[in-house]
Ligand binder design. Sequence first.
Ligand SMILES: Nc1ncnc2c1ncn2[C@@H]1O[C@H](COP(=O)(O)OP(=O)(O)OP(=O)(O)O)[C@@H](O)[C@H]1O
Length: 309
Amino acid sequence: MENVIELRELTKTYGSRRGLAGLSLEVRRGEVFGFLGPNGAGKSTTIRLLLDLIRPTGGSAEVLGLDPRKDGVALRRRVGYLAGDFVCDGRQNVRSYLRFLAALRGGVPQTRIDDLAERLGLDQTTRIKKLSKGNRQKVGLVQAFMHEPELLILDEPSSGLDPLVQQTFLDMVTEAAAAGQTVFMSSHIMSEVEAVAGRVGIIRNGQLVALDTVAKLRSGTVRDIEVTFATAVSPGAFSDVPGADRLSLDETGTVLAGQLVGSPDALIKAIALHTVTSLRATEPALEELFHSYYEGADASPRPESAAAS
Ligand SMILES: Nc1ncnc2c1ncn2[C@@H]1O[C@H](COP(=O)(O)OP(=O)(O)OP(=O)(O)O)[C@@H](O)[C@H]1O
């Protein structure tokens, strides 16, 4: 499958501060890729490098087969970009601002802009400087999506959106992917990425600490389990079940409870050998897994010397 983004050992230092340390990553055409990490992890640095808004200290980036450093103008025409710190000219009203951007991109049908604004509940007659943070973010979303770009690069796109609008945004992402567009979105909220992304990269202190499908990441998660049997089960019945070390039988031998790590398949097959009268299992919390990658993460900038150790 064709790669839309290819990063090779991409590195960025800000003086003695590390922004990004040797990031290698591929994003495939048509996928929704979630780029997750805590504050200061290097998400915005990566995105700015993709668009040549800043220059790398080392390594290379290829976007839509182009070198952002040489083909920045051509690239931006084919990309929809929402900056994490999206700012726009406050004097204009929303409609004229969006028309202006549409003209820069070679024209976008007004109906397309109107449809997006309506879906997001954005009043186009308001002056931009009078908009709330969330409504300004909607302007950012409309301008990123309106020209139906091949690649959407969205930095913390749902920042400031209320839950209903956030859902509309996620629907827009799913529809974009269904239409063959590629979406690269950063976030620090696992649940929203989980809802739309096929693959997820987790970044911490400028380095990729996990890269996998949402399904695979989920398979490493923990569920709370409680199984009740009709008759007592022998104490060692589940000792060989993978991921079941944190489960134990009570003194009656009829209740198995605790935590299951990873896939439930082996446990289900093992308990099916007995008569089960009740079963309770919580949904695996992907958010927890995400935070396990955060553990020990230093959200504040680290000096290069400390970072290298
Ligand atoms: N212009 C800059 N000058 C100096 N350091 C910078 C600059 N921009 C980013 N950094 C540092 O680089 C690191 C990565 O920052 P970056 O903004 O890429 O993180 P992020 O993952 O986008 O975080 P957030 O979720 O807070 O936006 C941080 O330590 C940050 O302090």
